[in-house]
Design a protein around this ligand. Structure first.
Ligand SMILES: *Cc1c(COP(=O)(O)O)cnc(C)c1O
Length: 339
């Protein structure tokens, strides 16, 4: 039995999802003639109370498009030092939009409104790039699945607004935060100019992300998606997987969170573990003792067909997901206890 915990992107479509894909009505989406893509876009726009939405092949392309539509070359954006848009999108902010990232030294991928205000204030002389955009990520990936405090986000939105900065949410795992904190999509829709949502993370679709925004912003996004090569044809087969995921795989995210917390409890009790980061959703980040090389730990788990990854700086990451069964969970807990 292979237990793959390297990411929540490793899931394969369920039978029900495949059936929904098989039955999808499709058309040429470049001509906006794919009814299933239109349905997915409308469904998410309605859910979040935002005017419009656009389907993308990846979260990276959705985020990169958002950065591009809010900025001009030479501008800068503000994000946490752990941000995916800065660390894990291949330098795309610089390459695609020609912008620099001003990194904020937050906690587990989250900064405060006060920190943002400090970074923005009093820097308008000619030496400094124009400030245009604030990007936040919920849940934080490199921050271990942490969820932002919504009251702090409101304050950050206020600072952004006062300084004429656009506000983008990288919501690759936003549904994990919504389920965990009992928040609603509309709360988020009201706060951000653009939001990207991944269907291929915890929601279990094989591919797909959606960018949400005003009609004006999505019209810009449509052009940028085209020039990035992301305009697709009979892609309703994939959008159908996304619709199925939204209908069937949201509430169950709570199970992934429960399992992640149980793994954390076992790690806390384990003599080979130095520290476990707080666990809020489906990501577990922990440090092994100094006398144990994290790569050696990961290798010996791989010999038992259990897969996890290193996040650098001595960190090991486990991500729970739809294909991680109760049986796998029992086996993992036993292996960790016996290590
Ligand atoms: C996975 C992820 C993305 C997008 O990744 P793709 O692999 O391009 O879909 C964006 N932001 C965060 C925080 C992510 O975890």
């Amino acid at each position: 039995m292979e237990i793959n915990l390297i990411s929540d992107t490793v899931t394969k479509p369920t039978k029900g999802m495949l059936q929904a894909m098989m039955n999808a009505e499709v058309g040429d989406d470049v001509f906006k003639a794919d009814p299933t893509v239109n349905k997915l876009q409308n469904k998410l726009a309605d859910m979040f109370g935002i005017e419009d939405a656009l389907f993308f092949p990846s979260g990276t392309m959705a985020n990169q498009t958002a950065i591009k539509l809010h900025t001009q070359p030479g501008d800068r954006l503000f994000c946490d030092k752990y941000a995916h848009v800065y660390n894990y999108e291949g330098g795309g902010a610089a390459f695609n939009a020609g912008v620099t990232c001003r990194l904020i030294d937050g906690d587990r991928g989250m900064f405060t409104a006060e920190q943002l205000a400090y970074e923005v204030a009093g820097r308008s002389d000619i030496h400094v790039p124009y400030s245009r955009l604030v990007c936040i990520e919920n849940t934080t990936n490199k921050g271990g699945g942490a969820c932002w405090d919504f009251e702090e986000l409101k304050k950050i939105q206020k600072v952004s607004k006062e300084n004429n900065l656009a506000f983008h949410l990288d919501g690759a795992r936003l549904f994990n935060a919504l389920v965990e904190k009992g928040e609603t999509p509309k709360q988020y829709g009201a706060l951000f100019d653009t939001i990207s949502i991944c269907l291929s993370k915890g929601l279990g679709a094989p591919i797909g992300s959606v960018l949400l925004g005003s009609k004006e912003n999505i019209a810009k996004a449509l052009r940028i998606r085209k020039l990035l090569g992301g305009a697709m044809r009979q892609v309703g087969y994939l959008a159908a997987a996304g619709i199925y995921a939204l209908d069937n795989h949201v509430e169950r995210l709570a199970e992934d969170h429960k399992k992640a917390k149980e793994i954390g409890e076992v790690l806390e009790q384990s003599s080979f573990v130095k520290k476990v980061e707080p666990i809020e959703t489906n990501i577990v980040i922990f440090y092994v003792n100094d006398n144990l090389d994290p790569m050696d730990f990961i290798k010996s788990m791989e010999e038992k067909n259990i897969w996890m990854i290193s996040m650098g700086e001595g960190k090991v990451r486990i991500v729970t997901h739809l294909d991680y069964t109760n049986e796998m969970h029992e086996r993992l807990l036993t292996e960790l206890k016996n290590f």
